[in-house]
Design a protein around this ligand. Structure first.
Ligand code: HEM
Length: 438
């Protein structure tokens, strides 16, 4: 069997210890030294990393039916059988349901709901910047992205209930922790304090979601996402309450921390690069002295490039996984059936073969999008499983940046902020920014 190369590791544990301690450096070193495809080992288990655009295309597009979602992950324990966790016909039916709920017409409607959440956030910034010399960008972005999803999913923030922020945080911590400590995790059925806290959080979210599903029965006219799911177009499947719950939970978990992280890193980058911030400000103010309209989003070309560059350097989903159904050959190497295979946006976004000076923050890389080689910039994934919420996320992020940069000049004083690779790529500690009114 022709196996891809691997880094030196421990005879017994492979690269497990290094991955737990510093996964980012381990992955970047492996990518630099071994290139297009490599193997990392966790004890006897081999994990294949595909790290070349042609191979990423092959695995996630050309032969994607052979590369399915990992059947047993902590995520499945929470998301159930949703668009994120299923495959084949079951997945396709759900994907068809999402299409009209997140297309451009639907997003145009959600725009005003995002505006409402952004206004609330601006009030919080105004209060915080008076009370303190710095503003906690990380916390604000987490809150605003949850509020946005609450309004978009249910049509109102009020229905979320007071516990939602804490519950979501508990669930995300639990998944990250299990992922990092895998395979040394106690079963979920053991009544440890962590497991109990996690189950209570899931239970509390479930109750809220089921309550709202119940309330919405008979509502055919509202424009929110849940009403759309509950009244599908002809030909689409009609989901039962448990399946609806799985999709709502998926959107909460897939849609808030990802966008929150990109915004958090973007504000940090803008605060650290005053020239780039000034260009964004110029672009935003060139629209005129009036609130941003949905149609204006297309004019925010440079601001979009800033977001693309932030997602290149700090991709929230820094690796995503598949399992081979049948044995295959990838890049000339043999991949057995039932093998774990991963694609890392973080490593491909840092390969100097495709990105000159990858460590430099430079939004002009995206001046000519046609020059970006396919499958070298994959923050939203690749192939048919591409992020279903990507256009929604771009709208939301552009709107929030627009409001903040129009009103405040950002700066950052302190040590460079490190990455904290949890389930998504967070900042190590909250990012505190100086925000001065313009
Ligand atoms: C900047 C923000 C976001 C990033 C970087 C991001 C990234 C991703 C990535 C990489 C995947 C593919 C994972 C895989 O193939 O295993 C994905 C899938 C998905 N995302 Fe996002 N996401 C973002 C925001 C959102 C939002 C706001 C929503 C919902 C409103 C959303 C909903 C989904 C769904 C439903 C899937 C599953 C698609 C499928 O399997 O067919 N995402 N996302």
């Amino acid at each position: 069997m022709n196996r891809p190369p691997q880094l030196k590791g421990s005879l017994l544990t492979g690269h497990y210890g290094q991955f737990k301690k510093d996964p980012i450096n381990l992955l970047l070193n492996a990518s630099n030294e071994l290139g297009d495809i490599f193997v990392l080992k966790a004890f006897s288990k081999s994990i294949y990393f595909v790290n070349h655009p042609d191979l990423i295309e092959y695995v996630s597009q050309t032969n994607y039916e052979n590369y399915i979602k990992t059947p047993a992950t902590p995520l499945r324990r929470i998301l159930g059988d949703s668009i994120f966790t299923t495959d084949g016909e079951e997945w396709l039916q759900k994907r068809r349901l999402y299409q009209p709920a997140l297309n451009n017409t639907a997003i145009m409607h959600y725009f005003s709901l995002v505006q409402d959440s952004t206004e609330e956030m601006m009030r919080d910034i105004a209060t915080e910047s008076v009370l303190s010399s710095t503003v906690n960008a990380t916390r604000l972005m987490t809150n605003v992205t949850i509020s946005v999803l609450g309004k978009t999913l249910f049509g109102s923030n009020l229905q979320l209930g007071p516990n939602i922020y804490g519950d979501i945080a508990t669930i995300m911590e639990w998944i990250s922790d299990r992922r990092l400590r895998h395979p040394f995790v106690v079963p979920i059925s053991w009544p440890t304090p962590n497991n109990k806290k996690f189950l209570a959080a899931v239970n509390s979210m479930d109750q809220m979601i089921y309550r709202i599903i119940e309330e919405k029965k008979g509502d055919h006219n509202s424009n929110d996402l849940l009403t759309r799911f509950m009244n599908p177009e002809e030909g689409s499947v009609k989901l039962n309450p448990k399946s609806l719950r799985d999709e709502v939970m998926t959107i909460f978990l897939a849609g808030h921390e990802t966008s929150a992280n990109v915004l958090n890193w973007t504000f940090y980058m803008l605060a650290s690069h005053s020239d780039i911030q000034e260009k964004v400000f110029q672009e935003i103010t060139s629209i005129g002295d009036r609130p941003l309209a949905y149609d204006d989003l297309h004019s925010l070309i440079y601001t979009s490039q800033v977001l693309q560059e932030t997602m290149r350097m700090y991709p929230p989903v820094w690796h995503y996984g598949r399992v081979t159904r049948e044995a295959d050959k990838v890049g000339g190497y043999d991949i057995p059936a039932n093998t774990a295979l991963r694609i890392s946006p973080l490593t491909i976004h840092n390969r100097p073969e495709y990105w000159k000076n990858p460590e430099k923050f430079d939004p002009t890389r995206f001046d000519n999008p046609q020059d970006i080689q396919a499958y070298t910039h994959i923050p939203f994934g690749s192939g048919p499983r591409l992020c279903a919420g990507r256009n929604f996320a771009m709208m939301e992020m552009l709107l929030i940046i627009n409001e903040v940069v129009k009103t405040y000049k950002l700066s950052y004083v302190g040590e460079p902020i490190q990455m904290s690779p949890m389930i998504t790529l967070r900042s190590k500690g909250d990012i505190q920014l100086i925000m001065e009114k313009r």
